[in-house]
Write a protein that binds this ligand. Structure first.
Ligand SMILES: [Ca+2]
Ligand SMILES: [Zn+2]
Length: 329
């Protein structure tokens, strides 16, 4: 609907091009006539010059329409409370539970515990936030201004005993469950078992596609008794990917995660490392941020995003980002 409106608007701008030309001609004549004289009344020709330029340049017109569309969306989002007054974005969450046994049909309470964990971890209100070493406290994200609100739970019985990472759980035709409006809702699939995999995510280039979202094995979803993956941080990590964060070690030896305030580290870390740990990369020995959610440490050993990671996530959820469709409707 909005696109149609803008299309009509763009056409009316084109139709106005003759007026613009006439005006420019008049302007030139006026310039000649009035050269050397002082201005007696304020005149700004910007919009008329723009109309002329838009009428003669379809690329420019496309950019104009795109800017107006994004601006209107942001204002509409603000008006509707989809973006809160302090800029916080609320993401509606759909949890698709695929179960074979009754134990796999996880409770509403377990789902609620996962949403609460996401809001604490992304809000910087996690109970273990005080464990962040002072060295990294100055670059901790604090409140990322991204919140999660459970919109609905879709439960479905299935005969599948163990799932692989081939997205079969995301299709009704392969004994899974189709995504619920993935352009506007963050879909999580909770499955009974994925072998040795805790979870996996799509990145923002998949925004709105049929397979877009996060998959988590039910045993590690929310607060559970399954230590060391018992605090819901598997989802925190996977949602980080969904919002365009890479692994902190850049998935290579001393590789980059495109975040400046996460020190370059050699590789992933496991378990519960003791602070500080040092990695030698490019001849520089750095204290590494192994307690970051995007490392591989145990749930109890990860408790921060960095400010740089917050910027990347905000970039992808804002009005012009790939995930700008994720709003409460
Ligand atoms: Ca880094
Ligand atoms: Zn990962």
């Amino acid at each position: 609907m909005k696109k149609l409106l803008f299309g009509a608007f763009a056409l009316s701008m084109l139709a106005a091009c003759n007026v613009g030309e006439d005006h420019l001609l008049n302007q030139e004549q006026t310039d000649d006539l009035t050269s050397g004289s002082s201005v007696t009344q304020r005149v700004c020709p910007s919009e008329d010059i723009r109309k002329e330029a838009l009428a003669n340049n379809s690329d420019l017109m496309a950019r104009f329409v795109d800017n107006e569309s994004k601006t209107e969306k942001f204002i509409e989002d603000l008006k509707m409370g989809r973006v809160l007054a302090d800029g916080t974005v609320e993401i509606p969450v759909v949890v698709n539970v695929l179960y074979r046994t009754s134990a796999e049909n996880i409770s509403d309470a377990q789902i609620a515990s996962q949403i609460a964990t996401l809001n604490n971890d992304f809000g910087g209100t996690n109970a273990d936030v005080n464990k962040i070493p002072s060295e990294f406290a100055s670059v901790a994200a604090g409140d990322t201004k991204i919140k999660f609100r459970l919109d609905r739970v879709i439960r479905k019985s299935t005969t599948v005993r163990s799932w692989r990472t081939n997205d079969a759980m995301k299709k009704t035709s392969s004994k899974g469950q189709d995504a619920f409006k993935p352009a506007n809702y963050f879909n999580i699939w909770v499955v009974g078992d994925m072998g040795g995999v805790l979870g996996y995510a799509t990145f923002p280039e998949s925004a709105g596609l049929w397979n877009d979202g996060v998959v988590i094995a039910g045993k590690y979803f929310g607060t559970t008794a399954n230590a060391p993956y018992n605090l819901g941080r598997t989802a925190t990590h996977e949602v980080g990917h969904y919002l365009n964060l890479r692994h902190i070690w850049g998935d290579g030896n001393c590789a980059t995660d495109y975040v400046d305030d996460t020190p370059t580290q050699q590789d992933k870390n496991f378990g519960k490392p003791t602070y500080p740990q040092y990695d030698l990369c490019g001849g520089v020995n750095r204290s590494i941020q192994f307690m970051n959610y995007m490392d591989y440490v145990d749930d109890a050993a990860m408790y921060m995003f960095s400010a740089g990671q917050k910027s990347r996530m905000q970039a992808i959820t804002n009005a012009s980002g790939a995930r700008s469709g994720l709003r409460i409707y």
